[in-house]
Design a protein around this ligand. Sequence first.
Ligand SMILES: Cc1ncc(C[n+]2csc(CCOP(=O)(O)OP(=O)(O)O)c2C)c(N)n1
Length: 545
Amino acid sequence: MAITGGQAIICALEAEGVELVFGYPGGAILPVFDSLRESSKIHYVLVRQEQAAAHAASGYARATGRVGVCMATSGPGATNLITGIATAYMDSIPLVAITGQVAVDLIGRDAFQEVDITGATEPFSKHNYLVKNVNDIPRVIKEAFHIASTGRPGPVLIDIPKDVALSSINFKYPDTVDLKGYKPNYEGHPLQIKKVVKAIKESKKPLICVGGGAILSDAAQEILELAEKVNVPVAMTLMGIGGFPGSHPLNLGLLGIYGTQAANTAVNEADLLLLLGARMGDRATGNLDKFAKKAIIAHIDIDPAEIGKNVEVDIPIVGDLKGIVKEINKLNADKKESNWAEELMAKDRLPAQYVEGKGLDPKEIIQELSKMSNNDMIVATDVGQHQMWTSQYYKVEKPGTFITSGGLGTMGYGLPAAIGAKMSDTEREVLLITGDGSFQMNLTELATAAQENLKMKIILFNNSSLGMVRELQQQSFESRYFSVHMTGNPDFSKIAEAYGLKSIRVTDKKDIKNALKEILESKDGILGEFFINLDVNVVPYREGI
Ligand SMILES: Cc1ncc(C[n+]2csc(CCOP(=O)(O)OP(=O)(O)O)c2C)c(N)n1
């Protein structure tokens, strides 16, 4: 039976098992939306700005491991998606973004709301398509989901001209994908795996560094087995948080410029460094000339382009982390007698920076929260000091329960990503930790949460500043503060109230625990605003990196 291109898109999404689409309408995408309206299988979520649709799809993807889907119209709708697509690309998050486009014969003629979105997103999408023939729709959607979710995951954009979505097609969804030149390699080379095991056996000071690939490849259990079996300490990158239990005695914490002294010293002293699904960006390595100079470095990653890109590698292995670590575990490297990094761990990892009397201590709030909350709760953050304090002091125990923009560092990511995570399972506890700067970037999404009846829990660290930038100005520009004072901040409790959320304001140290208890136990949506000390910095150490 012939259906329209718009209907074909929705049938294809249904065939992919899509249950949620986040989007915003406009003229060019209307033929698709008209079919989306009729779907009984897909729940559609209208956001308040397209960027949030991409972030929400990303939050959903991170919480579920499935492909997130967002939709927008042509021109400004599509360009508003860009930040979300780039954010997902940098963190290897599987997304399919569908945009409307002007009719095929208008392309290139500066038609109303025309923008070359495939050209614009080319450098930061895993792949993209401009579909000029309605008969290509089933194949393109099948390929898009395959590309987004296999190998190293990432965002794929599909641009659909309006006339294509209105044309008719005899719909048949393909069962298989055949993409020449795209065959991700999952099996690690057996000889390389043997080399790693030999290196582990010979090492006296082995160290594991876990990256986001551990979560994407669902390898946390295998990594735990390896670490415990051989007694190897574990450091992690920001994206690796959750890839190894936060309170495990072998966990050294975050690596890099915002990392712990223990993790950074361990990298300097290790004689073997196993990089597991970590792309070793500059924030994780610090000064490359000093990075892991005493170590043999083995790097396991699904993306061959990552191996040797930043850090020189002695034993490269391309393939799926989960399967490869399983193989390493089978080859039985003996247990090391001593945990060589124990002494490092015993040291205070991140000394208190608190100055009494000028607002609350963020470290204390996060540490209390970590103690009081359950392991299943998803914590999403925005970007800034609060993000780093959360990654330093909140003990994330399980993969997929820490959602943050690591690679692009996108302020405004937190709220829509938390909404996406919450939409994946509304019974699930989801808590957003944000700053007054980041929160204001996308706080209109509180309306999306209200519309979906989501009981959002939000902790807002209010320092009336763009704290992270202020800290950089303090350290590198002799405290010449500029453009970091958030004068004109609204009364956030009134904002919360306006969107139907309860709110509490915390200014006194003695109220921290009760406030956190109230937030954690709340069955309604709640915003807890903590007035924190502006003089607390994130960077405690720069030595050793
Ligand atoms: C979209 C975007 N614009 C600018 C920045 C640069 N930036 C990084 S952190 C930061 C300040 C964040 O302030 P806030 O959300 O209040 O968090 P705090 O650092 O105070 O905890 C800024 C401006 C960014 N990361 N993202």
